[in-house]
Design a binder for this molecule. Structure first.
Ligand code: NAD
Ligand code: ZN
Length: 356
């Protein structure tokens, strides 16, 4: 992936941590004071292994572990991390290692972007969601008050290292959430990805490593391509928000009882319904999308929410531009586009489809 300027960063697709050292050496990221950032679930599983490897090439290796979960993706945790970095004398030559899911990656990346006006960081994503989506692309940040990802920075990692076998310990619902982002990626620009994933649901749900590796690779290729062409989301990158406008509203109104990927699935169904209502998507394609989500155990509707409240919540989203919501719609499977012309009526009608 190209960073700003002429830098590229590599993405490793591996089945263990064995190549991490040579990756760091190649990127000239050795002999530094570094800090591993991880959460209370992931560190006990993989922390010691990664720490040992780092200790063999770095000057010093510190550890910062925070309590797992989205509610801790906030400025308090970032402040505690700054304290650890200062105590351990991490200077501009040091770097951070995000070992965990999207919460860890977003938080670590934000701390790296801001500590001493920006130091390096690397991503070691351990959830499917982080591997197919959040670890690539340089969006970092934390939630602020009730607003998701409200405070953040663009800061690209120096390298992304995936050990796909870490998915073996991931809880099933978390895996399913990652599949929500995979299906989303296919719907945006690759109908073959969407359809092959649906065809191979048995292998994927059984964690067939070959099938999964090719799916993860394809998602990273797509995301890297989009991010290279539009790193700061001035155009095309907004497509990656398919399902996220209504998804984020649902996530917030459900008080984060549903996971992000589950909300994205629900939001994607609403976007599909709106597209169908406009005659852009056939009923058959709409049903195909419903089936795809259901086959992977993703929700396609929610209970007990007020449609007006959902509409209202989408208005507070960052995707507003001069009073118009930037909404992602589909002209068929694998062909999404940005629309700024939706009326409240059309959005409400789409929302009705996801309410039980
Ligand atoms: P997460 O980091 O909270 O991980 C989910 C859960 O799985 C956590 O409890 C974690 O401790 C646990 N876990 C992680 N890896 C594990 C493993 N290998 N084995 C066992 N347990 C493991 O959440 P997530 O779903 O990875 O990421 C969601 C976050 O990502 C959200 O905050 C979202 O806003 C963000 N996100 C960011 C981007 C981006 O471009 N920066 C894109 C999409 C999502
Ligand atoms: Zn997402």
């Amino acid at each position: 992936v190209r960073r700003e300027g002429e830098f590229y960063y590599p993405i490793y697709f591996e089945e263990d941590f064995a190549e991490l050292c040579s990756g760091l050496k190649k990127e000239n990221l050795v002999g530094r004071r570094v800090c591993i950032v991880s959460d209370s679930n992931v560190f006990p599983l993989y922390g010691d292994k990664v720490k040992k490897i780092l200790e063999s090439v770095e000057e010093s290796v510190d550890v910062f572990v925070f309590e797992a979960g989205e509610p801790n993706k906030n400025l308090d945790t970032v402040q505690n991390l700054y304290r650890t970095l200062i105590e351990n004398k991490i200077d501009r030559t040091g770097f951070l290692i995000a070992l965990g899911g999207g919460v860890t990656g977003d938080l670590t990346g934000f701390a790296a972007a801001t500590y001493l006006r920006g130091i390096d960081f690397i991503q070691i994503p351990t959830t499917l969601l982080a591997q197919v989506d959040s670890s690539v692309g340089g969006k970092t940040g934390v939630d602020f008050q009730q607003y998701k990802n409200m405070v953040g920075a663009f800061h690209q990692p120096r390298l992304v290292y995936m050990n796909m076998n870490t998915l073996n310990t991931l809880p099933e619902t978390e895996f399913i959430c990652g599949m929500g982002e995979v299906l989303k990626t296919g719907l945006i620009c690759d109908s073959e990805l969407f359809r092959s994933v649906c065809r191979q649901k048995k292998q994927i749900r059984g964690l067939d490593s070959q099938v999964l590796a090719s799916v993860i690779r394809r998602c990273c290729e797509i995301k890297a391509g989009v991010v290279e062409r539009d790193p700061k989301e001035q155009g095309e990158r907004a497509l990656l928000n398919l399902g996220h406008t209504i998804g984020h509203a649902v996530e917030k109104l459900m008080d984060f009882q549903l996971l992000h990927g589950q909300c994205v699935a629900v939001g994607t169904i609403a976007a599909a319904a709106i597209s169908r209502n406009r005659g852009l998507l056939s009923e058959k394609e709409y049903q195909e999308i419903l089936c795809g989500c259901r086959d992977f155990g993703l929700p396609v509707s929610v209970q007990g929410l007020d449609p007006e409240k959902i509409l209202e919540a989408t208005r507070n989203d960052k995707k507003m531009e001069q009073g118009h919501i930037k909404f992602i719609l589909m002209k068929g499977i694998g062909n999404s586009f940005i629309d700024k012309t939706l009326s409240d009526q059309e959005i409400l009608k789409g929302i009705q489809e996801i309410l039980q």
